[in-house]
Design a protein around this ligand. Structure first.
Ligand code: SAM
Length: 241
């Protein structure tokens, strides 16, 4: 049993037919170091271990006909129930879901953890979604062959927000979407490269001018590339007065 005063670490439980895909890329670099240092935890549950028949089948043909297979309602529900309900929100990665964005990543980072359900084939049985409290989250308007890569994307976005994962927390405050804008362009050495110079203001040492230049570039970029974000930014700026 856990001691009363022991901090519970942010933990992800991933239900999948391919547990060997985890931690995958999240075992490296920032997320990987944080995993090794116990800043977050990752557990996989092999959905196939809940199969009921001697063939260990996890999918079947869709009622009503049509191409492909669907994950069996009973097998997946047993896997979900085995995880239990005190582990955090249950999210099914799905093209029909709420679109993942920085706000949702922040929201999830503030919780104790998350349970992720990775679909395969044509997806999961609607009754699992209706009968268990499962939310749906999409990583974008395209179709992946399985939920595992989507789960890795979601976890990457969340884990880097956990306290202690990124050494310089100020970096999070500057980056894209933090204040509703895309990030300004970045430059490093060499100062002149292939005849291209770094914008002069960045080598001026004048912090206020640098800040103003970066804000102007971020606004320009957002307005040109993402009218949707720009509109929202303008509204928020106006209402702040
Ligand atoms: N038949 C489904 C449809 O048309 O919406 C697509 C199923 S897809 C081939 C298999 C699995 O990949 C899904 O169950 C889901 O878990 C995952 N997946 C596919 N695209 C995704 C996306 N954009 N975001 C999150 N998960 C996705």
């Amino acid at each position: 049993a856990m001691a009363m005063n022991e901090e519970k670490i942010w933990s992800a439980t991933v239900l999948t037919l391919f547990p060997e895909m985890f931690p995958g890329p999240l075992g490296q670099s920032l997320a990987g170091n944080a995993l090794k240092n116990g800043i977050w935890g990752l557990e996989t549950v092999d959905i196939r271990s809940f199969a009921r028949d001697k063939h260990r089948s996890v999918d079947d043909a869709p009622f009503g006909g049509g191409p492909g297979m669907v994950m069996r309602a009973d097998v997946l529900a047993d896997a979900v129930d085995d995880v239990g309900s005190n582990t955090g929100r249950i999210i099914y990665l799905s093209p029909q879901g709420r679109r993942l964005d920085q706000a949702l990543a922040r929201e999830l980072a503030e919780q104790d953890g998350v349970v992720l359900v990775c679909g395969r084939f044509e997806g999961i049985d609607q009754r699992d979604l209706d009968g268990r409290e499962i939310e749906e989250v999409s990583i974008g308007d395209y179709v992946l062959s399985g939920g595992e890569t989507a789960a890795l994307v979601l976890l990457d976005a969340v884990v880097r927000l956990l306290p202690g994962v990124i050494g310089d927390a100020a970096a999070l405050d500057e980056e894209s979407f933090a204040h509703g804008l895309l990030e300004y362009p970045q430059y490093t050495r060499p100062q002149v490269w292939e005849g291209r110079e770094v914008p002069e203001v960045l080598t001026s040492g004048h912090h206020e001018k640098i800040r103003a230049w970066r804000l102007a570039r971020a606004e320009e970029l957002t307005r040109a590339r993402r009218p949707d974000l720009w509109e929202r930014y303008l509204r928020a700026t106006k209402s702040r007065g």
